[in-house]
Ligand binder design. Structure first.
Ligand SMILES: *Cc1c(COP(=O)(O)O)cnc(C)c1O
Length: 364
């Protein structure tokens, strides 16, 4: 008997999350200089972060010896005002991944289950299995969520249902009215985690205000992040908006100092710089148009995307990916999601997208 064999079976059977390949790793492997490598693999912000956020983060380093404000007062005050809720409805996370973890820690135990869609975010099964709970994966419909099937899949032991809108890795989108009607049919004791990691990329006509629905659906949790459109992926900052009773439980479970001094300060400044977010959304809109036009020209099938990435069918995904890597371009193979013929490409700067396109033409 070793210590490792004593770990519970549900821990020993976890498969690790497969992140996008770091630039430094590809540089080590191929000898290509880091500056010549284009990474479009992790839905990161090609415009960096707001200069205001950067300045606030640098200033906050002065307080690096102090523990952060565990209640994140300044950040919660800014968020509460921005989204129109009480501070008691907020949970701040070390990225929204942390929010997903805290939600599962709060509500899942062995003997309970979580419902989510096929081809949806990899962290849902991971966080569910880490609690010893059961995954109920519901077949996708046109690469997106089949809400009727998800509702029908709920069992008496279901405690959480995850919806990513827009979805990752497929970029599909459910209109707000569909989600609102769905919520009305879900048992009140099932927490619906509506993961809106890409909400800032939605065109104005697709926007909806899920946070306003928490009043009538106290079992709704809306998860957001500053890691994508706001560019704080490396600093890590996410948040949840929920009923105060739900937020209170989650705030007991989370680590007391889960979000750093630097991330909190950067987030407060980032929220004030909406001009930056608009520039990011505009770059994204153009990038999606640039990439999808080329996919059409090449006769490749692609999934219309509402996120900051686009998923395209290239045939042998592993082979095309190898060729792209050899040319210094990192994208995301999604065979692990059950989509071995597809690659997910994050939108970059116009010249980064062009580098990818050039490499893709050669790879095909
Ligand atoms: C990227 C992503 C997240 C988590 O991102 P964080 O960096 O932890 O905020 C959550 N949900 C979805 C669907 C994502 O794609």
């Amino acid at each position: 008997m070793t210590v490792a064999t004593r770990a519970p079976a549900h821990i020993r059977s976890l498969s690790p999350y497969q992140p996008g390949k770091p630039i430094s790793e590809l540089a080590r492997e191929t000898g290509i200089p880091e500056k010549d490598i284009v990474k479009l693999a992790s839905n990161e912000n090609p415009l960096g972060m707001s200069q205001k956020a950067k300045a606030a983060a640098a200033a906050a380093l002065e307080e690096g010896n102090r523990y952060p404000d565990g209640n994140a007062f300044a950040l919660k005050a800014a968020l509460a005002k921005k989204v129109g809720v009480d501070m008691a409805q907020l949970v701040i996370g070390n990225g929204s991944n942390d929010i997903l973890e805290i939600a599962t820690q709060t509500f899942l135990t062995p003997g309970t289950s979580a419902v989510f869609a096929q081809y949806s975010f990899a962290v849902y099964p991971l966080a569910t299995l880490a609690r010893g709970a059961t995954c109920i994966q519901v077949p996708a419909q046109n690469y997106g969520h089949d809400l009727d099937a998800m509702r029908a899949a709920i069992t008496p032991d279901t405690r959480i249902l995850f919806i990513a809108n827009p979805n990752n890795p497929t970029g599909t989108f459910l209109p707000g009215n569909k989600i609102e009607a769905f919520l009305a049919q879900i048992p009140q004791d099932v927490l619906v985690v509506l993961d809106e990691a890409y909400t800032e990329f939605l065109p104005p006509e697709s926007r909806y205000d899920a946070i306003a629905w928490i009043k009538k659906f106290p079992n709704l949790l809306v998860s957001r992040t500053l890691c994508k459109a706001y560019g704080l992926a490396g600093l890590r900052l996410g948040y949840a908006v929920a009923h105060p009773e739900v937020a209170d439980l989650m705030n007991r479970v989370r680590q007391p100092f889960n979000v750093s001094v630097v991330a909190q300060a950067a987030a407060v400044a980032a929220l004030k710089d909406q001009d930056f977010v608009e520039k990011v959304a505009e770059n994204n809109r153009r990038g999606i148009a640039q990439l999808s036009a080329v996919f059409d020209e090449l006769g490749l099938e692609w999934i219309p995307s509402f996120g900051n990435f686009i998923t395209v069918r290239v045939g042998d995904g592993a082979k095309v990916n190898q060729s792209l890597l050899a040319q210094g371009v990192i994208v995301r193979p999604i065979a692990g999601y059950g989509l071995p013929e597809w690659l997910r490409v994050s939108v970059g700067l116009p010249e980064e997208n062009a580098r990818f396109i050039e490499a893709l033409r050669r790879a095909l």
